[in-house]
Design a binder for this molecule. Structure first.
Ligand code: PEP
Length: 330
């Protein structure tokens, strides 16, 4: 059900108030806090009514995988630099390692750069690996971990992926944590079991959920052109958010904080939000310029992880701008 807020008619971007706080606090106090949150945000005041279950900013990542040459990547960067991107979206691209530095040096600051993998610990005698420290050294802000191609082609298991995530997060990289079921697992009715098990292996080791974006990517939809229907995706996204609510919030809420301060002379507010509400859950699997709008309209879809279509600048921009379909005219 689309959320239409009566609580705060002038939302900034895609925020929705946290029900737990709403129930627990007097409204005037919350309104005061919310006014501070908006002041401290870099986003411009805009849309009035929101169709989004989470409180996080829309997030779109482009996974370039093992594609591209110096020339094609120069062209892609140039297309992205000239694209008009809606402001209320976090945009990230993940080039192959060898082009990370080139992309980071030439891409607009509007778009952040991600790696497609990272080593489980500090660098050293690990031939062929790239450390988190090296990624940070060249200005990389994110890493994709647990992608189905790493799980099912390279053979990485839950525990190994969890270790990588914990290390990257502890060192300050954001993690795009991928989960998703195989076709046979879906057909056997195991979609939730598989996703929850993969989520648990992240939850067991991560220090907090502050810097994690969950990408639900059904394996049967990745690179196949067979996109999940909006309902299929929404069904899993709701379940993932629910799982977070039940299994994570209690454990790590005390470490998962959003701290707002600076706009008041003497007081800074520390606001604890439910992990489930603020963690972005994005969908990946054959998203393109034609199907993104219907998917984005789903209340629990907080953005996308895009493979093939992220190699075309204008189409990727269209996907980023599908955030517009989240907004309902005032
Ligand atoms: C991906 O690799 O994460 C992905 C979603 O690929 P595609 O969009 O090509 O299905």
């Amino acid at each position: 059900m689309a959320m239409v807020s009566t609580y705060c008619p002038q939302f900034n971007g895609l925020r929705r108030s946290c029900p737990k706080l709403d129930n627990a606090q007097p409204q005037s106090f919350l309104q005061h806090i919310n006014s501070q949150l908006r002041l401290s945000s870099s986003r411009k005041p805009c849309r009035a009514v929101i169709a989004m279950a989470g409180s996080g900013k829309f997030f779109v990542g482009g996974n370039w995988k093992c594609n591209g040459t110096k020339d094609s990547i120069t062209k892609l960067v140039s297309d992205l630099n000239s694209a008009k991107l809606e402001t209320d979206v976090d945009v990230v691209v993940a080039p192959p390692f060898v082009y990370l530095d080139q992309v980071n040096a030439t891409l607009t600051d509007r778009i952040e750069v991600s790696a497609q993998n990272s080593w489980i610990g500090k660098g050293g005698a690990f031939t062929g690996e790239i450390s988190v420290e090296q990624l940070k050294d060249i200005g990389c802000k994110w890493v994709i971990l647990g992608h189905s191609e790493r799980r099912h082609v390279i053979g990485e298991d839950d525990q190994f992926i969890g270790k990588k995530a914990a290390y990257a997060l502890n060192e300050g990289l954001g993690v795009i944590a991928c989960i998703g079921e195989l076709l046979e697992e879906r057909e056997a009715g195991k979609t939730f079991d598989v996703c929850f098990q993969q989520l648990k292996s992240f939850a067991d080791v991560v220090p907090s959920w502050d810097n994690i974006v969950i990408a639900y990517e059904p394996v049967w939809a990745i690179g196949t052109g067979k996109v999940a229907t909006p309902q299929q995706a929404q069904e899993v996204h709701v379940a993932v958010r629910d799982w977070l609510k039940k299994n994570v919030s209690e454990e790590v809420a005390s470490k998962t904080r959003i701290i707002y301060g600076g706009n008041l002379d003497t007081i800074s507010f520390v606001v604890l939000e439910e992990v489930a509400s603020k963690t972005r859950i994005i969908y990946g699997g054959s998203v393109n310029g034609s199907n993104c709008v219907e998917l984005a309209k789903q209340e629990d879809i907080d953005g996308f992880l895009v493979g093939g279509a992220s190699l075309k600048g204008p189409e990727f921009a269209t996907i980023v701008n599908s955030v517009i379909s989240k907004r309902v005219a005032a």
